[in-house]
Design a protein around this ligand. Structure first.
Ligand SMILES: [Zn+2]
Length: 124
């Protein structure tokens, strides 16, 4: 069975319910580029991170078992963005294929709360 694998240490407590649908969309996009390859959720909620939407349960990062070159990554990004909704001014979801601090390319998907405002995730 092909599914999203949850990476070690990935925190899902506090993830916004709206982010649940993203997994299926990302899996389909990765598989269109590399059929049958394992896809990993590498980051979700990052408690205390106030500089990105990860701190608010509104972002997820995905990677694949093989290194994906930038042109293929950009195609994945485009497919995910297309499936999740149009770009500005009405967009809510935002997909970005980018290079992380580790140097590894990955897909970041966030739900932009716009002007509604959000509160960071906190332990109950
Ligand atoms: Zn991210």
């Amino acid at each position: 069975m092909n599914c999203i694998h949850i990476g070690p240490g990935v925190e899902l407590r506090g993830i916004r319910p709206e982010m649940a649908c993203v997994d299926a969309v990302v899996l389909a996009a990765f598989n269109e580029e590399h059929p049958g390859l394992a896809c990993w959720l590498t980051s979700a909620v990052r408690p205390g991170d106030k500089k990105s939407l990860h701190g608010y349960g509104l972002a997820k990062d995905y990677d694949c078992q093989v290194e994906i070159e930038e042109p293929a990554g950009k195609r994945i990004e485009k497919r995910v963005q297309g499936a999740l909704g149009p770009e500005k001014p009405t967009r809510q979801f935002y997909a970005l294929w980018h290079q992380g601090r580790s140097g590894r390319w990955h897909l970041h998907v966030e739900l932009d709360p716009g002007n509604k405002g959000v509160a960071p995730y906190q332990e109950a």
